[in-house]
Design a protein around this ligand. Structure first.
Ligand code: NAP
Length: 493
């Protein structure tokens, strides 16, 4: 199993406390200063990596003379308290010979611009292996998520222990996936904002959310693909569920900008992903990568869940099922023959209208852009009305599937109060805020309300069950999502 090294760039009490919790501590001397070395080596005796990055390789101490930098590294390499010492490729000739070293020699190459092509990477690895390094470290910059595949393939046929990962947001997942592929270690920051390299994950997230200390060759990989993806709550809730069930599995965010179908084929085929959540804007494009699609999702033209099965890649839409299940739970029975009013004709509305029509409901669509509602109605056999007509439509349930009422426009409401009669089921797909203006008004008028978190957690729980065959811990998933939402609200999101 790979190790997690905290990259220590400052000696504040918070950063030192984080380093205490880590298996390895990378002492970035270019940040910390040469005078700090002795005290830190003593403090992290037996588990420190000494790195004195040259300015040309991303180091911050531009004033140090090269001879002094190399002399410090050579002293560290002979120090029995130091676990590893890191020399950039080309400088390793200045390291003491193997017989005179106490620490393991990492020979490293960082590319802050790009990820070289696979062939170039292989040649680089061979050159680095020939230096006699104990560990070869290749770190590139991912300009797009597919860049990571070249980095992953470096582990195949490596003759020395390796560290290989990609920097930047597009490389986020590679920092954990490398552990499954056999990396000697990966790196984490002491805290958000203290990164020593772009895209570094904080130690809290590495150990807490991703349980990266337990990731190894048998760990099952899952993830979510979208753009943007940085604020997705899905990694937090799925990883919490894996932890609760003590499963050897991890769920990672993949920021994929272009060609979602190609990425999907490759991440399942080349890295062995077992399940993928799909979010905006790829729910339609992903279908081209699938071998089988659930009939409702196929008609809808939107897949939010992909699973690796014996028959190849299978796609379905758990948004649709989760929304319909929430409605049925609130109505106390099947949607068959019920009259459901849906505000909206975008992605969320499509999932609900298709699902409800499939379960035999009579659906009425009201959308700002009427032509869009008409198209959706024609596809599903639903009817179209103006928002003002919803009040007299004899509805059993009313769904808001527009973004009206979502933060920051919290005061807006998609329907007039007259549409909210006592006993009506009112379901708002918006979950930020959880209690929307629509739900507050509906509750005060005696309606039965369902918040957007029901659908969000429901779709995630259904994914979890499809992938793992185990009952999802729905209560835990909901409380983790609510915590994330509260943190995001505090940050002003
Ligand atoms: P979308 O495809 O962009 O569709 C947006 C819908 O909102 C369209 O019908 C649009 O009408 C309507 N709309 C936007 N601004 C409006 C305004 N000022 N007045 C009236 N109508 C307006 O987005 P989506 O993916 O369907 O998402 C819609 C909402 O569903 C979001 O708030 C999202 O948070 C929520 N959602 C929740 C979940 C969940 O799990 N709970 C999942 C997915 C989405 P036009 O057609 O006229 O533009």
């Amino acid at each position: 199993m790979g190790k997690i090294a905290v990259a220590l760039t400052d000696a504040s009490p918070g950063s030192l406390a984080a380093a205490e919790a880590a298996e390895l501590v990378e002492l970035r001397i270019d940040h910390l200063g040469a005078d700090a070395l002795e005290g830190l080596v003593e403090r992290f005796r037996g588990r420190c990596i000494v790195t004195y990055r040259a300015a040309a390789d991303g180091g911050v101490d531009g004033a140090v003379a090269e001879a002094d930098r190399l002399a410090l590294l050579a002293r560290a390499a002979k120090d029995g308290r130091v676990a590893y010492v890191d020399y950039e490729l080309g400088c390793e000739g200045a390291a003491p010979p193997a017989a005179g070293r106490a620490a393991k020699l990492i020979v490293s190459r960082h590319d802050f611009e790009r990820t070289p092509h696979a062939k170039e990477l292989e040649q680089l690895r061979a050159e680095m292996e020939s230096t006699g390094a104990d560990v070869v470290k290749i770190v590139t910059t991912a300009r797009a998520e597919p860049d990571c595949f070249g980095v992953y393939h470096l582990f195949e046929g490596a003759s020395a222990p390796m560290i290989a990962l990609a920097m930047g947001e597009y490389g986020h997942a590679s920092r954990v996936i490398c552990l499954k592929l056999g990396a000697e270690m990966t790196f984490a920051s002491a805290a958000p904002g203290r990164e020593s390299a772009p895209g570094q994950i904080s130690l809290d997230d590495m150990l807490g959310m991703y349980r990266a200390g337990e990731v190894g060759r048998d760990t099952a990989l899952y993830g979510v693909m979208g753009d943007p993806i940085a604020h997705s709550m899905s990694p937090a809730i799925h990883n919490a569920a894996f932890a609760q069930l003590a499963m050897d599995a991890v769920y990672l965010p993949f920021r994929v900008t272009d060609d979602a179908a190609e990425f999907t084929r490759r991440i399942f085929g080349e890295v062995g992903l077992q399940g993928l959540s799909v979010t905006i804007p790829h729910k339609e494009a992903v279908i081209a990568s699938l071998d089988r699609v659930d009939p409702v999702a196929e008609r809808m033209g939107a897949v939010n869940t992909v699973a690796a099965t014996e028959g190849g890649l299978y796609g379905t839409n758990t948004d649709s099922a989760a929304a319909c299940d929430s409605l049925e739970a609130a109505l106390g029975g099947s949607l068959e023959g019920r009259r459901i009013g849906v505000c909206g004709a975008g992605g969320a509305a499509r999932a609900i209208v298709y699902g409800a029509a499939d379960r035999g409901a009579e659906v009425l669509i009201a959308n700002r852009t009427r032509s869009r509602a008409e198209r959706l109605a024609a596809e599903t056999g639903a009817a179209v009305c103006g928002p003002e007509e919803l009040a007299g439509a004899g509805l059993d349930a009313l769904v808001n599937a527009t973004s009206v009422g979502m933060a920051p426009n919290r005061d807006s409401c998609p329907v007039a109060d007259e549409a909210l009669r006592e006993g009506l089921v009112v379901f708002d797909t918006v979950y930020n805020p959880l209690e929307t203006t629509l739900l507050a008004r509906a509750r005060s008028r005696g309606c039965v309300t369902v918040d957007g978190m029901e659908m969000f957690v429901g779709q995630a729980a259904a994914q979890f069950e499809l992938w793992t065959g185990q009952a999802a811990p729905g209560g835990l998933m909901r409380s983790v999502a609510l915590e994330r939402l509260a943190a995001r609200t505090q940050e002003g999101g």
